[in-house]
Design a protein around this ligand. Structure first.
Ligand code: ADE
Ligand code: ZN
Length: 335
């Protein structure tokens, strides 16, 4: 079996991580004080209380509650330095936990809609990536996530605004996140077509146990042409879909994350089944600041113990992540 020391020593990659979801209550309080935000008047305990969501009994409501907390904290990020510091704190943690490579998602619309310039978001994040690489040798790339509960026009305008950063290679991929109910992948066909033309690598969320999840996963591969799916655990309900994902080598970025009210990792048996089906499934932290599971390095030994995973299985999750990573050419040989 894979013990904590084995998990710590594994070279790790993280492909599904929202930078806005890395903010812990303490980080939120520090940002609130610095930016003179109303949250500065709250105590740490009060902010921690807002992180107690979930457990409603409905996956859609639980996701909505989690997103309310996530987007409630997002407005603490307003300057270039806020983005730089937040990304650097995450990369520092990667370095300490043996995460050698990370693909970091960000939600530009949630910032630009508040008047934060796209340049401050992207340049702040990208400068942290350069600093992290130079200081710790941790490699990372950026994924621009479209908020699926906003309009297609807003998504297209966001692609236009981000075009200069895509052209110079500062953004590698496009994702799709936020509230899935009523916002199927099919809504974004035109957005993905344009993004593909601009050279983006493509992924999209199909969150766990959402309505029509299987249908949404099919839409992602057939209509959007994604190479990866974020979560995608419900593929297990359709044998034809499993076969299709296996043949395509689609990477599925699963998150056995747990909330404050959950005592144990979640979704572990389904993640094991995905591995046993030969799917390219990986383990990720998603929103380590919001979720009790925390960072990848903290979560992995708990998942290994709870699922009684062998060393070979834990290594396979990590190998899948490096294989699913959007690294081209000679760099990949380093792994
Ligand atoms: N944004 C941050 N985390 C998310 C998740 N798990 N699903 C959808 N949108 C998100
Ligand atoms: Zn996510």
């Amino acid at each position: 079996l894979a013990d904590a020391a084995f998990c710590a020593a594994l070279p790790k990659a993280e492909l599904h991580l929202h930078i806005e979801g890395t903010l812990t209550p303490a980080q939120k309080l520090a940002l609130a004080r610095r930016n003179r935000h109303a949250m500065a008047s709250m105590t740490l305990e009060q902010i921690e209380q807002t992180h107690h969501f979930g457990g409603s009994g409905s996956p859609e409501v639980d996701l909505k509650q989690m997103l309310d907390c996530y987007y409630g904290g997002i407005e603490l990020l307003s300057t270039r330095s806020d983005f730089f510091d937040t990304a650097l704190a995450y990369l520092d943690q990667c370095h300490r936990e043996g995460v050698r490579y990370a693909e970091i998602s960000f939600d530009p619309q949630a910032h630009t809609s508040r008047g934060v310039p796209m340049a401050d978001v992207v340049v702040g994040l990208y400068e942290a990536l350069q600093y992290g690489r130079a200081t710790w040798g941790v490699q990372a790339q950026l994924i621009l996530c479209i908020n699926r509960d906003r309009s297609v026009d807003s998504a297209l305008a966001t692609l236009d605004e981000a075009a200069p950063y895509r052209e110079c290679g500062w953004i590698v991929g496009l994702g799709l996140d936020s509230n899935e109910a009523g916002n199927p992948p099919s809504k974004f066909v035109e957005v993905y077509r344009r993004a593909r033309e601009q050279g983006y690598r493509l992924t999209a969320h199909c969150d766990v146990d959402q309505v029509d999840s299987v249908k949404h996963i099919w839409q992602c591969i057939e209509l959007l042409g994604v190479e990866r799916i974020d979560h995608g655990i419900n593929c297990l309900e359709d044998p034809d879909l499993i076969e299709q994902l296996r043949q395509r080598g689609t990477c599925l970025t699963a998150c056995p994350t747990w909330r404050l009210r959950d005592p144990q990792p979640r979704r572990v048996e389904r993640i094991r089944a995905m591995l046993q089906h030969g799917l390219r499934v990986t383990i990720n932290s998603d929103d380590p600041g919001l979720l009790a599971s925390g960072t990848l390095g903290r979560m992995l030994p708990r998942v290994a113990a709870h699922g009684r995973f062998t060393r070979a299985e834990m290594a396979q999750f990590c190998r899948n992540a490096f294989q699913g990573a959007w690294i081209d050419g000679p760099t990949q040989a380093a792994y």
